[in-house]
Design a protein around this ligand. Structure first.
Ligand code: ZN
Length: 323
């Protein structure tokens, strides 16, 4: 692939400066003031103007299939075949990736996906999410790739928000349907999430999830890569035959069960299984085996992710049911 020089971030003083001026692929680091580790990124610019797509991965550093899908997109996408441009941020939270930390950025203990749209004068996580949000404002659509974290099993699904203007929400839904994962959840319950903050700001955004359990699941990575290609075709950024519609089950509620005490977690069901309202989904005991919490399904639906670690801490998610 042709390499072009990345414009200087310092010179422009803001992320508008990362848009390369020439056709080709450029690799660059996004610096965030006050943050030691820069964010590795790729920009791919086609020879003709068109939509600008942002792809992010590694908001949660232990979600490996999304990081692999983003890496492969940057490696494989031929700028000569592209209409418009694609910006990929490979690791939004490099500190959590290298520390193998679930949920949070070890620099400040915050979960980045609760701190969008961020704060340029805040802590490390808030500064990073602000930088990403400013970058997103220079794009026409945003795909924030996620998966199950190091201790979570997960079946593939895509989150979309209904919190924005109807036209933004409609375009986000179109992105999710083009991406084609088999489950689609419309939910705004996760305040501070990338896709919710973006949709509120008028940027069509989706959050697809695949893979989990701290492993690089090649099938999940391929599923995400395929979704990215489908979106590129649907936006007219890549040539291709009309997309075959995928069968997608649409959910409108997403209920998370959380630990009411720290202890040992014994799940009775896992991701992909259905639940009946009132059914016991697992128990938490103390280290001696005495029962601390019986976790019951409040609704009938499908479990989309399930924590598989024995250790559980007060307030941790245990599983989530969509219906
Ligand atoms: Zn995540």
């Amino acid at each position: 692939m042709q390499e072009v020089e990345a414009p200087s971030l310092e010179r422009h003083g803001c992320l508008r400066g990362v848009q390369p001026v020439d056709t080709g692929t450029s690799r660059f680091d996004i610096e965030v003031p006050g943050i030691e580790l820069s964010l590795p990124a790729t920009s791919i610019v086609g020879p003709t103007g068109g939509p600008r797509l942002l792809v992010t991965a590694g908001v949660h550093g232990g979600e490996y299939a999304p990081i692999e899908a983003a890496r492969r997109l940057g490696e494989e996408l031929d700028p000569g075949e592209l209409r418009g441009s694609v910006t990929i941020v490979h690791l939004v939270s490099p500190a959590s990736f290298f520390a193998r930390r679930q949920y949070v950025n070890p620099q400040d203990g915050k979960n980045p996906n609760r701190y969008f749209p961020g704060d340029a004068t805040g802590t490390a996580t808030q500064r990073i999410t602000r930088r990403i949000m400013v970058l997103a404002q220079d794009h026409d659509a945003w795909i924030d790739l996620h998966g199950g974290d190091i201790h979570e099993a997960l079946v593939p699904f895509t989150l979309v928000s209904s919190a924005g203007q109807p036209e933004t929400c409609r375009r986000a839904l179109d992105l999710a349907q083009a991406f084609g994962l088999p489950r689609l959840v419309t939910t705004d319950v996760l305040g501070g999430s990338s896709y919710v903050a973006a949709t509120q700001a008028g940027i069509p955004a989706i959050l697809p999830e695949a893979g989990g359990l701290g492993q690089l699941d090649p099938e999940a990575a391929l599923q995400l890569l395929d979704g990215l290609h489908r979106v590129l075709v649907s936006l007219g950024m890549l040539a291709g035959p009309p997309l075959e519609p995928k069968e997608i089950r649409h959910f409108h509620q997403f209920v998370w069960n959380r630990a009411e005490s720290s202890g040992l977690w014994y799940p009775k069901k896992t991701a992909g299984q259905s639940t009946e309202a009132g059914e016991v989904l697992g128990t938490i005991t103390d280290p001696y085996g005495d029962l601390l919490q019986e976790v019951k399904a409040s609704e009938s639906g499908e479990i989309l992710f399930s924590v598989r670690s024995l250790a559980i801490e007060l307030g941790d998610p245990l599983l989530a049911v969509a219906f």
